[in-house]
Design a protein around this ligand. Structure first.
Ligand code: COA
Length: 263
């Protein structure tokens, strides 16, 4: 399956269950125009809708065309008014709430809203040449989609202040050390590493993955006790799923590869 929107492309690999969404404005380093923000949502929706058509789409990789992930909000559109900061209507929140795991594969520049897009994803893997940063300070503004909040949680508030106040681009190795990306790889190893990770996720029981995503999102908003109460509540329905039975059967029987269906 291959579908083109004006500024994104989506593809789906039926064999692995992995979908790919490519940001496709390479001449502007994939800067987030209003069109691109809309096309990200449209592309993700199209991929998830495959599941309603009986095709099993399990996880999505987001990447940028032309060697860069994304150089942030499209500055040329600022005169028309700032990009929407309405949290619930943004493509950032759409990714956070998306029912499937989303992986950002980061090459080249990943700045401002580009980094915020990557940090809205569940996982980030970067090539060694990637450069990440929050340069908004040099425009006299701050990252408007939660950049400081994200880095405060992934790393710590001091690292968030350093990156947002200096506006400097940090290399993938530093982002890896700070926990801002899950791992950094040699450029020529990145594609295979991400595919392997995505395929591992795609082989797991979808409802359990969805529940883990919601639980981890909840963890950043609650105290431990309330969070554990939440986990207990969402754990119980999983015990009744076919996938739980399938996993238990595979554990009990040698040489039996489980096939999870999301039921
Ligand atoms: N918005 C709109 N256009 C952008 C852009 C952005 N955020 N970032 C890059 N572009 C465009 C440039 O205007 C240029 O277009 P042109 O070829 O029509 O002149 C093209 O992408 C290539 O960028 P260029 O600046 O020539 O590349 P470079 O390699 O010299 O520098 C960056 C790369 C990323 C360091 C530089 O483009 C930059 O600082 N971009 C802005 C990053 C930013 O502040 N993002 C946060 C916005 S709130």
């Amino acid at each position: 399956m291959h579908e083109e929107f004006e500024t994104t492309t989506v593809e789906f690999d039926e064999e692995t269950g992995v979908g790919y969404l490519t940001l496709n404005r390479p001449d502007a380093l994939n800067a987030l125009s209003a069109q691109l923000r809309g096309d990200i949502v449209a592309g993700l929706r199209t991929l998830n809708d495959l599941n309603d058509d009986g095709i099993v789409m399990r996880t999505v990789v987001i990447e940028g065309e032309g060697g860069n992930f994304c150089a942030g909000a499209d500055i040329t559109e600022f005169e028309e008014g700032p990009p929407t900061t309405e949290v619930d209507r943004s493509h950032y929140q759409f990714i956070i709430d998306y029912p499937l795991p989303v992986i950002a594969k980061i090459r080249g520049y990943c700045l401002g809203g580009g980094l915020e897009t990557a940090m809205s994803c569940d996982f980030r893997f970067a090539g060694e040449d990637a450069r990440l940063g929050l340069p908004e300070v040099d425009l006299g503004i701050i990252p408007g989609a939660g950049g400081v909040q994200f880095i405060s949680r992934l790393a710590n508030p001091s690292v968030a202040k350093e990156i947002a106040m200096t506006g400097e681009h940090i290399p993938a190795s530093r982002a890896d050390e700070e926990g801002i990306v899950n791992a950094a790889y040699d450029e020529d190893e990145l594609d295979d590493a991400v595919d392997e990770f995505a395929e591992t996720l795609a082989s797991k029981p979808p409802l359990a993955l969805q529940t883990i995503k919601q639980s981890a999102n909840m963890a950043t908003q609650t105290g431990l006790r309330e969070g554990r109460e939440y986990d207990r509540k969402v754990f119980e329905p999983l015990l009744a799923t076919e996938d739980h039975k399938e996993g238990a059967r595979a554990f009990a029987e040698d040489d039996y590869e489980p096939e999870f269906t999301g039921r």
